[in-house]
Design a protein around this ligand. Sequence first.
Ligand code: NAP
Length: 254
Amino acid sequence: MGTRLEGKRAIITGASRGIGLAMAKAMAAEGAEVILCSRKVEAVEAAAAEVNAVHAGKAHARACHVGKAEDCKALVDWAFAERGPVDVLVNNAGTNPFFGPTLAISEEAFDKTFEVNLKGAWRLSVAVAKRLIAEKRQGSIINTASILGMRAAPLQGVYGMTKAALISMTQTLAQELGGAGIRVNAIAPGLVDTKLAAVFAKDKALARQVTDRTAMQRIGQPEEIAGIAVFLASNEASFVTGQTIAVDGGFTIN
Ligand SMILES: NC(=O)c1ccc[n+]([C@@H]2O[C@H](COP(=O)([O-])OP(=O)(O)OC[C@H]3O[C@@H](n4cnc5c(N)ncnc54)[C@H](OP(=O)(O)O)[C@@H]3O)[C@@H](O)[C@H]2O)c1
């Protein structure tokens, strides 16, 4: 148990499992109050209970579909009204409904990927930043991007486009909000063992394509992404903004 995030309150989307849940646990372990969100209320309540079992009273659960404007508004309204000012927003919810060549994706899957991965993060960033500016408070916004937003993304083209756009949004918002003391950064994980990446992680041939060009020669675990989120949320990162930090076992050095 540490104190690096003592007194801070964080919203973490996509926190019912995988990378988001690992971030919530790591932030609570450093003293933060964490508001976990995902679409499925039972799943996110179970995740919050897991955090509270170790860090009693630190976690709260809210259902929020980040692809729905009304859900995003309700989440931010609830957080500020019922818990207090939000210091940290982690836009981590993500989806990848189509796996295959970019020529074959449907309009519906294209729109859904952008709606959740990009527009949801934009909506929540705007809502939280406006509140922080009105209350003259500083803050930290952290976007979970992907190394697929920094490179070609074969078989995940549109997903990669959303993550590239998220990195662009990270830089622009960092520029626009820096004067208000709101930092905006992105984390770009490599292949991590979660449900979202199951199609890759569970297929030995596909996984090898990734691990063969990864310096560490393996895929990552969600807990290995969480530490950088704690750092970016903390005052240790007070002069870090607009950055995209790859946490990929060395994939992007090749
Ligand atoms: N795993 C990887 O290899 C990898 C690599 C790079 C980047 N990432 C990124 O990391 C982030 C987390 O993914 P993960 O790998 O941890 O996947 P995961 O284990 O499948 O978790 C995804 C989380 O997002 C939630 N979610 C999905 N759609 C949502 C929506 N519309 N609104 C709110 N919450 C939603 C899910 O809960 P519900 O189903 O209850 O909504 C779940 O909590 C994503 O942004 C992903 O793109 C992952």
